[in-house]
Design a protein around this ligand. Structure first.
Ligand code: ADE
Length: 232
């Protein structure tokens, strides 16, 4: 791979990756700092996109236009949508969709973006398989799952909203950027993978759990992201 783009929505999610980089140069665009350099022997661009789908899409487009990245990885945390997926575990994307896209009034199914040919955006299968393999090596104490990730401009912290998302889309976890990165990567024909560690159960305890488990979850994600880069 020539150059890998690595996006984290929040500084906490990319801070330790940035610390480990060498030969760093930094450029600012759209309020984001694009830090280019070497990480585990690979040319990478690490950037904090900010939270939410618009920030994530803008960030991915800049990685495509200005850095011609060959792949985009997104590392971060998420709320679990499945009882078998516990806090600390990792979900890698099989596909991503926007749970808050709703054009049902025009006869589209929920999540479907009008006049686009696909409901969800498929992540790169090779990257997903590599992530599953590497995760078992670097995070042996947790479980790794491959499945659908549902994204929306909403922190999900109620049982009702969670149940609705699960029943409608059947996702494995919920977060706020993955589908925007996936859509932007799809439009630019760039392979992508979303890597998320679970910080909460996206229910009424989500805000408390999130603050308690955020740090540990990020550690698992960073371990995996570093191991992935080495093999890409
Ligand atoms: N990121 C981490 N937990 C989340 C949740 N419950 N909803 C949306 N994004 C999240």
């Amino acid at each position: 791979m020539h150059r890998i783009g690595i996006i984290g929505a929040m500084e906490e999610e990319i801070a330790s990756l940035k610390e480990k980089m060498e030969q760093v140069t930094c450029k600012k665009k759209a309020g984001m700092e694009f830090q280019e350099g070497i990480l585990r022997g690979k040319q990478v661009v690490v950037v904090r996109s900010g939270i939410g789908k618009v920030n994530a899409a803008v960030c991915t487009q800049i990685l495509a236009d200005d850095y011609q990245v060959d792949a985009v990885l997104n590392t971060g945390i998420a709320g679990s949508l499945n009882n078998e997926i516990n806090i600390g575990d990792i979900v890698v994307s099989q596909d991503v969709l926007q749970h808050d896209m709703d054009a049902t009034g025009f006869g589209y199914e929920r999540g479907q973006i009008p006049r686009m040919e696909t409901l969800s955006f498929a992540a790169d299968e090779e990257l997903a398989d590599l992530a599953q393999k590497k995760c078992k090596e670097v995070n042996p104490d947790i479980s790794v799952f491959k499945g659908r990730i549902a994204s929306g401009d909403q922190f999900v912290s109620s049982k009702e909203v969670k149940t609705d998302i699960v029943e409608t889309f059947g996702g494995f976890c919920v977060e706020m950027e993955g589908a925007a990165i996936g859509q932007a990567a799809y439009l630019n024909q760039i392979p992508f993978l979303i890597i998320r560690a679970i910080s909460d159960k996206a229910d009424d305890s989500a805000t408390v759990d999130y603050s308690t488990f955020e740090k540990k979850a990020i550690e698992h994600c960073v371990n995996l992201t570093l191991a992935m880069i080495e093999e890409m």
